[in-house]
Design a protein around this ligand. Structure first.
Ligand code: AMP
Length: 189
């Protein structure tokens, strides 16, 4: 099985590259951001709580996100080629929970792909996306907060996978095709 984590700061292109990876390698795509936005659109109890964190640029509490993920991973069954986790884990506690969850499902993470993009480029991409995305968190104030949260809470997740020898840094600057080419090199090697 090929189980990939795609990680990087907000605006690094995780969603775009995930779509390309899913097509080429026939994986299931699991985006915790998308799952939360679905809950918000349905105005579920969980969605209402999640929105109060997301709109301020904060992370949703670990317990909440881990239980959403566990529910979704179980529903996949064993017949799939693998999964791409987009936007999860975002804290070391989530990474630890993921290790346990994967081994209890008889599988493991293959690699974490870390998309590296310069800060000015990230802000530019997110502001541009905000013109059409309708997302409550694509505005300058929330973007600044999300980048701070990324540095303090999510960047340490890279070290967790470096220590497991399951880490690959990807240059996330340039065209979508160029970036995907770099990812293919890692996944095909
Ligand atoms: P994304 O679409 O991945 O940029 O996620 C949008 C927002 O959803 C994030 O800024 C967080 O507030 C929340 N979120 C998504 N995934 C997670 C996660 N794994 N842990 C905590 N919060 C998350």
């Amino acid at each position: 099985m090929l189980n990939i984590i795609i990680c990087g700061a907000p605006g690094c292109g995780k969603g775009t590259q995930s779509d390309l990876i899913v097509k080429k390698y026939d994986l299931k795509h699991l985006s915790t951001g998308d799952l939360l936005r679905n809950e918000i659109a349905e105005k579920s109890e969980l969605g209402i709580v999640a929105e109060s964190y997301i709109s301020k640029g904060n992370l949703v509490p670990d317990e909440m996100i881990i239980s959403i993920l566990a529910k979704n991973i179980k529903s996949f069954g064993i017949e799939i080629n693998g999964v791409i986790l987009d936007g999860f884990p975002r804290t070391v506690a989530q990474a630890e929970a993921l290790e346990t969850l994967m081994s209890s499902n008889g599988t493991e993470i293959t690699v974490l792909l870390d998309l590296n993009v310069e800060k000015d480029e990230l802000i530019g991409r997110l502001l541009k996306r905000g013109e059409t995305s309708g997302r409550s968190d694509d505005n300058l104030e929330t973007i600044t907060k999300r980048l701070e949260v990324y540095e303090t809470k999510t960047a340490p997740v890279s070290n967790f996978y470096k220590n497991l020898n399951k880490y690959a840094a990807i240059n996330g600057m340039g065209s979508i095709d160029d970036i995907f080419g770099r990812i293919e090199k890692v996944l095909d090697s």
